[in-house]
Design a protein around this ligand. Structure first.
Ligand code: FAD
Length: 498
């Protein structure tokens, strides 16, 4: 492998370009990104998880380099609203776990575990995390130097602007750029890609190709015919409608996900606007009605702001790396954006690919191992997302009734839910299935506890003094004390602009 062509200049293509240029800076490799001037990027995907910060750290980008250029804000977690009808569980917060919050985890796990076994303890997750306090008080997760704990956070950003920034960064590290639309793919006799035909006179040739052409998957699925395995039998959503709304001066450092009649809506705060989207199933509602419902939800019924409609398919390809082609981003698959995991998957795919290629001395010796690893990750994310729907107690529409009674869930998820309902130790079950490698124990506990999957108030017994060993007033005091160390989100964003 001496030359690589990355086809597609969305976030996935530019993340791949930066990581490859960084990790292979000492190898004699020619990396070119080719992008169609006529086909736009998807233009959504504006919420992230902490690994995005890690990626930016790895490629040497400081927050002051990119955040204000990309209208970015901080993200300390996600509030899920309206997913459960159980009293007291109408909403919950899923944090990115800060180091000092680990001190509170034993209390959360203790209360959650005993509550499942029928003891009258409060197991609602939000209160056990100082990140929740930051979200409520609209504080930025940037600790002063005398606060000795590591903070974990992600970002919200304008995806178009982030692409422009990452392009400049990659070009500075030697990645070449070409504007051309690929119109044909010529294969060799052994089925490997030989060269690409374009809408200009030129052809484009490389030893290795990265397909980051979005849902088109122009190389891996279209030219090489790698099958797509959809999971529409467990994830019903296939459409989205998207609107901007005016920004808040001091934005919440969190994404809000609200369950609606036939799916859910996201609200992502940027400095220049809110990004809002309604992800729904076209089998249960048509585009016009979904748009009307979402406008009503956002208080926009009388507004003439333009809506954008998108369609997508959920699932993944059978092989992410096939012959001399690696698919990255939407071209390799998509599990709906409920946990904003897509860019994390892009990073993981590229980093593991680089690792596998290096291990095989830039050959495809470890391709099979790599493909299994990435597919397992996709399937683990799928099950976590499916769980949101399967355990929702909403029954107000046919959509929610079908989600809640879906018996096609995977065996792995079935076993996990059984362990939870039986009051078993969930940590053991996650370890047994090696699921904590993808979503950690705390995430599963937040999801199941946050939706109130507990015996009801009438079914619980008081419990001993030992059972009540953690005092919620002390935990609230700890949370609020920690929050005193942080600046308002607005102030912290202003520091980055100056
Ligand atoms: C509704 C929705 C919400 C989402 N929300 C989130 C979220 O909150 N968080 C998150 O992490 N992810 C989210 N995602 C996923 C996220 O949008 C994508 O993972 C991310 O934007 C990367 O997209 P991409 O680069 O793979 O594809 P695209 O952005 O579609 O880019 C494709 C590129 O390929 C080029 N191209 C295509 N065909 C050709 C051709 N023939 N010749 C040359 N160039 C070509 C195009 O010009 C373009 O540059 C969401 C996705 C959807 C659908």
């Amino acid at each position: 492998m001496k030359s690589i062509v990355i086809l597609g200049g969305g976030t996935a293509g530019w993340i791949a370009a930066n990581l490859m240029a960084m990790h292979w800076k000492d190898k004699d490799l020619d990396i070119t990104l080719v992008e169609s001037p006529n086909i736009g990027i998807i233009g959504v995907g504006e919420g992230s998880t902490p690994p995005l910060k890690h990626f930016l750290d790895v490629i040497g980008v400081e927050e002051s380099d990119w955040m204000s250029r990309c209208d970015a804000t901080y993200k300390v977690g996600i509030t899920f609203r309206g997913w459960s009808t159980r009293p007291g569980f109408e909403e919950y917060f899923h944090p990115f776990l800060n180091q000092h919050d680990e001190a509170l985890l034993p209390a959360f796990f203790h209360n959650s575990h005993l509550r499942r076994q029928g003891v009258d303890l409060d197991g609602h997750p939000s209160q056990f995390f100082s990140a929740w306090e930051l979200a409520k008080q609209r504080l930025a997760p940037i600790a002063p130097p005398n606060f000795p704990f590591e903070m974990k956070y992600g970002y919200h950003f304008n995806s178009g602007l982030l692409g422009v920034f990452l392009r400049e960064w990659a070009e500075k590290r030697g990645v070449k750029y070409r504007a051309a639309t690929v119109t044909g793919v010529v294969l060799k006799n052994d089925g490997y890609i030989d060269y690409l035909q374009t809408d200009t006179e030129d052809t484009i040739k490389a030893d290795f190709y990265v397909d980051s052409t979005g849902f088109r998957s122009r190389l891996l699925q279209e030219a090489l015919g790698v099958p797509f395995e959809n999971c529409e039998d467990v994830l019903f959503n296939d459409s989205a409608v998207v609107f901007p709304t005016d920004p808040d001066e001091n934005p919440e450092p969190q994404t809000v996900s609200t369950a609606l009649n036939h799916g859910w809506g996201w609200k992502i705060p940027l400095t220049s606007r809110f990004g809002n989207g309604y992800v729904y199933s076209s089998k249960y509602v048509d585009d016009d009605e979904a748009e009307r419902e979402f406008r009503e939800h956002l208080g926009l019924l009388d507004s003439d702001v333009d809506a954008r409609h998108l369609n997508f398919k959920v699932g993944r390809v059978k092989e992410h790396w096939h012959k001399n082609c690696l698919a990255v981003g939407l071209s390799q698959g998509f599990i709906e954006p409920l946990e904003a995991t897509a860019l994390d998957m892009v990073q993981e795919t590229v980093v593991r690919f680089i690792e596998a290629a290096n291990k095989g001395n830039l050959t495809d010796e470890f391709r099979g191992e790599f493909n299994d690893r990435i597919s397992r990750r996709f399937d683990a994310v799928r099950d976590y997302i499916v769980c949101h729907y399967r355990i929702s107690t909403r029954t107000d529409t046919e959509y929610w009734r079908d989600c809640g009674s879906n018996d096609k869930i995977s065996r792995s998820l079935h076993e996990l839910l059984t362990a939870w309902m039986k009051g078993d130790n969930i940590t053991d079950e996650l370890e047994r299935q090696n699921l904590d490698a993808y979503f950690p124990n705390v995430s599963w506990n937040c999801l199941l506890a946050g939706k109130g999957i507990y015996p009801s108030d009438e079914q619980v017994r008081p419990g001993s003094e030992l059972a009540h060993k953690y005092k919620l007033e002390d935990i609230a005091k700890f949370r609020k004390g920690c929050a005193l160390n942080f600046n308002s989100h607005q102030e912290q964003l202003a520091v980055l602009r100056d």
